[in-house]
Design a protein around this ligand. Structure first.
Ligand SMILES: *Cc1c(COP(=O)(O)O)cnc(C)c1O
Length: 371
């Protein structure tokens, strides 16, 4: 019997019936980009939803990383994690900055705050951690190290849309945070992203930087780039924002179902909710101990694939395994034992808002019965 393919993710799409009138309005206004009506609306709506005062929209989630480094004039070396999507480190490379990789905490998969200090040199100017899978970094301890050495902190919060700690947005941490609104993320604008900062002057500088550095008709204040989001995707984003809470609630139900079934399986580890945290259930990673489980992560991955269930080995390989970064001293596996072990054991299960109970049961059956 041909079984339906279960993909690892599926995009949250707004209703076409609601989108078409907005498109008509955009056609009437004939203002397609450059801080248009829907662009301003979406920035306002995101500030409210995310509980932050300043949001600058971008055309994807990589440009805000690059612009954050420019806005804060970060140079030299930046301490970061090998356990992320390559865009995190590529943003450093594009700014001529040397990444210095530090190992991760095995529980959260985030940069290990205890290992940052030993990696600081006279050339270090910033720390760039990632809230991996939307699980909050230990922001207090990271800030303590940053303050002690006078370093900037830029969080790659691409996975952390809507995540709160004790009722406060995780995006308040550090000097800036970046978001991705890529189609595969919890909240999407097809492609898109944002840079979150804490004061009006910085927001102004970011807005200049994302528009070639133009501060007026004839004034260019810096070698900016083009990172502007257009009206079509801003309107789409407004509609998706209305249904993102329901999507997160649906993801939570999937996560609870997975967790309850997998918690007791020997050789598998799942991530539990953290106290005081509003999670967004962006990913559902499972960590496979091959000896105890009786099957390696890769065996499980291919077994699932054979049965029409797509997992994703996310993050494998590590960023430090790619040719661009492999040669760096800090990229050696001996420097990164935890990240290396986690990358070899992780598999992310299908996770999205409209995954049915039947889909979840099929995934679980493959994992639990191993056939
Ligand atoms: C998705 C992602 C990005 C890049 O975002 P794009 O919108 O695809 O450019 C950056 N960092 C992390 C951790 C991501 O998951």
């Amino acid at each position: 019997m041909e079984e339906k393919l279960i993909t690892v993710t599926s995009p949250l799409l707004p209703s076409l019936e609601e989108f078409v009138p907005m498109l008509r309005d955009i056609w009437d206004r004939k203002w397609l980009t450059n801080n248009g009506h829907y662009h301003r609306e979406l920035e306002r709506a995101l500030c409210e939803y995310l509980k932050v005062p300043y949001v600058s929209l971008f055309t994807n989630g990589t440009l805000p990383l690059m612009c954050a480094l420019q806005a804060l004039r970060v140079t030299g070396e930046v301490i970061t994690t090998p356990y992320s999507f390559v865009a995190t480190t590529h943003a450093l490379w594009w700014n001529g900055i040397k990444p210095v990789f530090v190992d991760i905490d095995p529980e959260t998969c985030n940069l290990d705050p205890d290992k940052i200090e030993a990696a600081i040199t006279p050339r270090t100017t910033a720390i760039m951690p990632v809230h991996v899978y939307g699980k909050p970094c230990d922001t207090a301890r990271i800030q303590a190290v940053a303050d002690k050495y006078g370093l900037k902190v830029i969080y790659d919060a691409a996975h952390a849309f809507g995540v709160e700690v004790d009722g406060k947005s995780i995006l308040e941490a550090g000097d800036m945070s970046t978001l991705s609104f890529h189609a595969t993320k919890v909240y999407n604008t097809v492609e898109g992203g944002a840079l979150v900062c804490h004061d009006e002057r910085t927001k102004q500088r970011i807005d200049y930087l994302k528009n070639f550095g133009f501060a007026g008709e004839t004034t260019v204040i810096a070698p900016g780039i083009n990172g502007k989001m257009d009206e079509v995707r801003s309107a789409y984003g407004l509609l998706n924002l209305r249904q993102v809470d329901a999507a997160i609630a649906a993801r939570r139900r999937v996560a609870v179902r997975y967790r309850e079934a997998l918690r007791g399986v020997p050789g598998l580890r799942v991530m539990e909710d953290m106290p005081g945290v509003r999670h967004n259930y962006s990913y559902f990673p499972v960590f496979v101990d091959a000896a105890a489980y009786g099957m390696t992560r890769d065996e499980l991955y291919f077994r699932m694939k054979e049965h029409g269930v797509l997992g994703r080995r996310y993050f494998y390989p590590l960023i430090t395994d790619f040719s661009t970064y492999r040669g760096l001293e800090s990229a050696r596996p001996e420097n990164l034992p935890v990240a290396t072990r986690i990358a070899d054991s992780v598999i992310c299960l299908p996770m999205y808002h409209d995954l049915t109970d039947g889909d979840v049961d099929r995934v679980l059956e493959l994992i639990i019965q191993k056939r």
